[in-house]
Design a protein around this ligand. Structure first.
Ligand SMILES: Cc1cc2nc3c(=O)[nH]c(=O)nc-3n(C[C@H](O)[C@H](O)[C@H](O)COP(=O)(O)OP(=O)(O)OC[C@H]3O[C@@H](n4cnc5c(N)ncnc54)[C@H](O)[C@@H]3O)c2cc1C
Length: 418
């Protein structure tokens, strides 16, 4: 199942987010003819506004035991990490049922291992791309810190750290004085957990652009149009837009949260939805933090970036059509003001993006079931930046007829949802 027998010479990649660009670039580096298609400039989707963390250690799925009992508390808390647009609930219901189902202890632990099989190779997969694209200056290797304002939340944080250690991750618990010594700008907190592993990108858009520039330099072609449907014509795969089309031996769908729409056109129905997330950039707060700091209670990161401090995260379930809710940014800022007293909030700019999320928190990577020549690479949820390079590497191995260096069975589109 992990091997492709009929090898393509020319591949279409639809979607030029960080995932699609990493796939296109690695296919091109391997000598294939590659055409990348996007309706927008590369990197302007969800990949534009993330928190910049490239985790190479252990990350637990969002679908976790006990999440059902925690949700009412999150929703009731005006500073909580989760919001639901209630009018979207009927459409979301099937996804939610699977999400809760995937949170059972046994499945949670199994999926933690599956995610770790990808994160373990995530940073190494980036290394050659960063070197060739002259993008090493965009990466910092400072590790990160999660802080907890209350004792109760810190107790949860300690449990989370112990869980990560159980699977081989490094997570060190710190008392209030140790947190203050590590990041002096922070107000006093109940405690923190330091993870030395994660790398950080100081400018996610520029990273995608540099990787795309390298793709173009190596002879990769980029077309700009909105793909309305995909299908097979004369044994080839075709991406069709308004009055325009492209076709080739193989096609990779890497359209992030919009992938479901294209797959519907070939009758593939997958439970992909979106966890909307927000960021606000504070240009005057640049230099305040020496490493990314996340709020355990707030579900967001404060990441020092090239053009300011980026406050990014939280989850809003509300689909792809509804307008952003500016209150979600204010919710993060209220907590930020407590954690970083006196922070310079002048000239903020805010953004909302659509995380492509499968209910079990695992991406879909590999061949489409029953459709030879069609490949899938989406659903990376909270880890799309981190897993983009390894996803590109695995698909390249697959399309060259090699056995992928990570077992792709857990990431199949037709995996069991029980
Ligand atoms: C607030 C926030 C913080 C985050 N922080 C992190 C983090 O720190 N670390 C991490 O690893 N991940 C993080 N993520 C998640 C990460 O950003 C995403 O998982 C990742 O960007 C998804 O990349 P992608 O290429 O799959 O999708 P996208 O970046 O959304 O790209 C999809 C592309 O497909 C194109 N497209 C869609 N439909 C069509 C069509 N029909 N025709 C043509 N083109 C089409 C779009 O224009 C877009 O360019 C965060 C997300 C958010 C919202």
């Amino acid at each position: 199942m992990n091997r492709v027998t009929k090898l393509p010479r020319h591949v279409l990649v639809v979607g030029a987010g960080i995932v699609g660009v990493c796939i296109a670039l690695q296919l091109r580096r391997a000598g294939l003819e590659v055409t990348l298609i996007d309706r927008d400039e590369p990197g302007r989707g969800c990949s534009f506004g993330n928190a910049g963390i490239i985790a190479g250690d252990v990350v637990a799925p969002i679908a976790a035991p006990g999440i059902v009992t925690k949700v009412p508390g999150y929703l009731a808390d005006p500073e909580g990490p989760l919001a639901i647009r209630w009018s979207y609930l009927p459409a979301l219901a099937p996804w939610l049922v699977r999400f809760v189902w995937a949170g059972r202890q046994r499945i949670f632990e199994q999926n933690t291992r599956h995610l770790a099989s990808l994160t373990a190779q995530a940073q190494a997969a980036f290394a050659p791309l960063l070197a060739e694209a002259n993008a090493a200056d965009l990466i910092r290797k400072t590790g990160m810190l999660t802080v907890y304002e209350t004792e109760q939340a810190f107790a949860d944080g300690r449990r989370d750290a112990a869980y990560r250690r159980r699977f081989g991750g490094e997570a060190v618990e710190l008392g209030p004085a140790e947190v203050a010594a590590l990041v002096p700008a922070l107000a006093r907190v109940a405690g923190g957990v330091r993870r030395p592993n994660p790398h950080q990108v100081v400018d996610p858009l520029t990273l995608t652009q540099r990787l795309h520039d390298l793709f173009a330099k190596l002879g990769g072609q980029t077309l700009r149009f909105a793909v309305e449907r995909i299908g097979q014509v004369d044994g080839q795969w075709q991406a069709q837009g308004q009055g325009t089309a492209a076709q080739s031996d193989a096609l990779v769908v890497a359209c992030g949260a919009w992938s479901k729409r294209l797959l519907d056109t070939v009758g593939l129905r997958l439970p992909l939805d979106t966890e909307r997330g927000y960021h606000v950039m504070l240009p005057g707060a640049e230099g305040l933090l020496s490493m990314p700091v996340s709020s355990g209670e707030g579900g967001f990161f404060m990441t020092p970036m090239r053009h300011g401090l980026r406050i990014a995260g939280t989850v809003e379930m509300g689909g792809l059509e509804r307008a952003p809710d500016p209150r979600r940014v204010e919710v993060m800022l209220r907590r930020v003001r407590r954690l970083l007293p006196g922070i310079d909030e002048r000239n903020p700019s805010s953004w909302m993006g659509f995380r492509p999320s499968m209910p079990d928190s695992l991406p879909v990577v590999g061949p489409a079931p029953g459709r030879p020549g069609l490949f899938l690479a989406f659903g990376h949820g909270h880890l799309g930046l981190a897993l983009s390079a390894i996803t590109g590497k695995l698909l390249t191995q697959l399309l060259q007829g090699e056995a992928p260096s990570v077992d792709l069975a857990p990431f199949r589109a037709d995996r069991a949802w029980t």
